[in-house]
Ligand binder design. Structure first.
Ligand code: PXP
Length: 243
């Protein structure tokens, strides 16, 4: 099975929220991705809703349901409001992330030595509702073993360290840690997703691990869209100005 790309649309929501109007329109870019063959959309509504909002989750559930085989992944810290929205909208997958309210971005996986009981309760609630569950985890075998006991279907490996070591002298060693973590997870019956700081340059190597079910990518897709699309846009402006 091929690895699914789930495009995280939070950065487009951030840009929209900067002006208080619906521009850029999140729905348009979700459709652009889905019409281009992408089979996954991710939203990460944070408690302060500074990127994707809870209302976006409702709209996105409808859009994704119009596309055959496409999946919606809603990720975030399972605070009460998040859980209400997820249980009402029933995305295909819910990725639980231990982020704190003012965190710039997710920067660590669950510490299940501390949070296993709470996480197990939430995993059960989501699964009882028919939602596949994934836990955002560091590449740490001991933690991954506890993750299995929570009843989760999948883990999402937090790939920041892989990405930041890519192309340095440490890259092979760090890659090996991720490879071992993914293989171990598979061996004990967990499916593996991955995300954070993956991009057009470092993705291919990561996928050589094999059997990665999904990669969730947001930030780089927006930056790379500037790289590959801004020149064209500037030319269009100049054409109008020079006419
Ligand atoms: N996975 C999780 C749990 C995240 O919080 C994020 C960022 O919101 C991503 C994946 C995607 O990371 P990036 O935006 O660096 O591609």
């Amino acid at each position: 099975m091929k690895t699914r790309l789930s495009v995280n649309l939070n950065k487009i929501a951030l840009l929209r929220n900067a002006r208080g109007k619906n521009f850029p329109d999140l729905d348009k870019y979700a459709r652009l991705c889905l019409d281009s063959g992408v089979k996954g959309i991710t939203l990460h509504p944070r408690p302060d809703q500074r990127h994707a909002t809870y209302a976006d989750v409702i709209a996105m559930s409808t859009i994704v349901s119009e596309y055959d085989g496409a999946e919606l992944n809603i990720e975030g810290n399972p605070i009460d409001r998040f859980m209400e929205v997820v249980l009402e909208n029933k995305p295909h997958q819910c990725t639980l992330v231990p982020d704190t309210p003012n965190q710039i971005t997710s920067d660590h996986g669950w510490d299940l030595k501390k949070d296993a009981q709470k996480v197990t309760r939430i995993v059960r609630k989501l699964k009882d509702s028919g939602i596949r569950v994934s836990l955002f985890m560091d590449a740490d075998l001991e933690q991954i073993e506890i993750a299995k006991n929570t009843g989760t279907d999948r883990i999402e490996l937090y790939t920041e360290e892989y990405a930041s070591s890519y192309g340095t002298k440490d890259s092979e060693g760090v890659f090996e840690i991720y490879r071992s973590a993914a293989l171990f997870a598979n061996k004990i019956g967990l499916q593996v997703n991955a995300g954070h700081d993956l991009n057009l340059i470092n993705l291919e190597k990561f996928l050589t691990i094999g059997n990665i079910k999904e990669v969730s990518i947001g930030h780089a897709i927006i930056v790379e869209s500037l790289d590959y699309g801004m020149e064209n846009t500037i030319k269009k402006y100049l054409k109008i100005l020079n006419a």
